[in-house]
Design a protein around this ligand. Structure first.
Ligand SMILES: *Cc1c(COP(=O)(O)O)cnc(C)c1O
Length: 465
């Protein structure tokens, strides 16, 4: 078999997609599209030119020098899968909306459940996003424990507090340690009140990429009768590497423990190589379907099979999203040794090399990355929080705006007390401090880490002078 980078041949495959869908369309007999749908070719050319020009205003998310937020383009195979199905535009709300992509959704959900070692009959479906998937998890939590609260770490994604508000459930904040990990003593103290119905743990915090102490927290929650929901939107796929040397053994143990959670959320549109519009919610207990029951007067009529719309809060959802994920997993399976595993492993390597490259530079690592997010800050004079804050912002602006050699970063705001845990004699003259954050989601970045850090050091030195 020939190995091609799918990107090189995407153009040819898109022609093939057009041919296949056109052949299928032709089966139904010829017809003329309505004149009202016609557009003028020259007008399209002109508008399209404006369109693509405006799109050049994006940061180069695909490129190794983009080490900013959690985003990258989909894999070419996902693009092919998505565009092919999108031509047909199936709706995975109901089986009638697209029987083949609904079947593919059920298949990929089983694959994802297997990745977490959830039972084979676990309940789950794709969603438009991690936000919606978490909303559904918290909705089920509320239905299971209507009079209780939801506990989330102060480092959890802000969506949990927001969705608690949407659902009318009170959300309790649990302190985190200086590495962004939920403090289990604080959790136990809160659990003792007997008011907590569900605890949200995070596998890969959005800020630092920290994995909560899931293995210890789950038995603790069970002891107090609380449900456990794991928000693994970002970090869930790294569970594939739980036996790999590249993952810290404690992190591996905590990712392993997700198998004992009541529900878990995963974002295939983050580390699953998919375009936006692909989140996933899984429940260990299939009986949770009862909370979704509803009557619909018009959608379900061709079969008695389970309709995804019966177990989802969303109605219309892109069948193309399920199709794209299905096709991607055929070629890049959920495995440690092939497919997704080696991709994720290189991302971890990128973050670890970034961390190591900071040594003996004026940049200091926030700590060894647990996943593929590296955080760091410049040394500053005077040795105060405000000076470090200003130096971080200056480095961010200089490296982002460089025309010759830009490095795209993000800024993270952390508590000054957490900085003091790293610099004991730092003067605390403001409550929080900005540091720098690099999400290294591109496997190519393993070979770029040192040179990107070099560029940043250059920006620090030119700024100091
Ligand atoms: C990205 C993310 C979310 C939100 O998911 P969206 O897909 O952006 O809606 C929630 N939790 C965590 C941990 C995330 O990383």
């Amino acid at each position: 078999m020939t190995q091609t980078t799918a990107a090189q041949s995407l153009g040819a495959w898109l022609k093939e997609a057009d041919r296949c869908v056109s052949t299928w369309e032709a089966r139904w007999g010829p017809y003329e599209p309505h004149p009202s749908l016609r557009v003028d070719h020259e007008a399209l050319s002109a508008s399209y030119e404006v369109y693509v020009n405006r799109l050049t205003g994006n940061y180069p998310f695909f490129h190794p020098r983009y080490a900013g937020q959690m985003l990258k383009p989909p894999h070419p195979v996902a693009i092919l899968g998505y565009l092919t199905a999108m031509r047909i535009n199936p709706n995975n709300h109901a089986l009638d909306g697209g029987p083949p992509t609904a079947a593919m959704e059920k298949e990929v959900v089983i694959e994802l459940a297997k990745m977490f070692e959830f039972p084979i009959n676990a309940l789950g479906h794709l969603t438009s996003s991690g936000t919606i998937a978490n909303l559904e998890a918290l909705f089920v939590s509320r239905e299971e424990h209507p009079d209780k609260t939801i506990a989330v770490s102060q480092e959890a994604h802000y969506t949990h507090a927001r969705m608690g508000h949407v659902l009318g459930v009170s959300v309790e904040n649990i302190a985190a340690d200086t590495n962004g990990r939920m403090d289990l003593e604080a959790l136990e103290k809160a659990l003792r009140s007997q008011k907590i119905g569900t605890v949200v743990l995070t596998a890969g915090t959005t800020g630092l990429g920290t994995v909560d102490s899931i293995a210890e927290a789950i038995p603790l929650c069970q002891q107090y009768g609380a449900r456990v929901h794991v928000d693994a939107a970002y970090g869930g796929f790294f569970r594939l590497l739980k036996r790999s040397e590249i993952l810290d053994p404690v992190v591996a143990k905590n990712l392993d423990a997700i198998k004992d959670a009541d529900s878990v959320v995963l974002d295939p549109h983050k580390h699953g190589l998919q375009p936006y519009g692909c989140g996933c919610i899984l429940y260990r207990d299939p009986k949770m379907a009862k909370h979704y029951l509803h009557d619909s007067p018009y959608t379900y009529f061709t079969s008695e099979d389970l309709h995804l719309g019966e177990i989802s809060l969303e109605c219309s959802r892109a069948g193309a999203a399920a199709g794209a994920l299905w096709l991607t997993l055929q070629l890049l399976p959920l495995s440690a040794d092939e497919g997704l595993g080696p991709i994720l492993s290189s991302c971890l390597e990128a973050a670890q090399r970034w961390h190591a490259a900071l040594e003996d530079t004026p940049l200091r690592s926030w700590g060894k990355p647990e996943l593929d997010i590296a955080c760091y800050y410049p040394e500053a004079k005077p040795n105060s929080v405000s000076a470090i804050d200003r130096a971080s912002q200056a480095l961010f602006e200089n490296s982002m705006s460089s025309t010759m050699n830009p490095v795209f970063l993000s800024v993270l705001r952390v508590q000054s007390a957490d900085l003091r845990a790293r610099i004991p004699d730092v003067e605390i003259d403001q409550e929080s401090v900005r540091i720098l954050r690099s999400v290294l989601m591109r496997p190519e970045q393993a070979n770029f880490a040192e040179s990107l850090v070099d560029s940043l050091v250059g920006f620090v030195q030119s700024h100091v002078r």
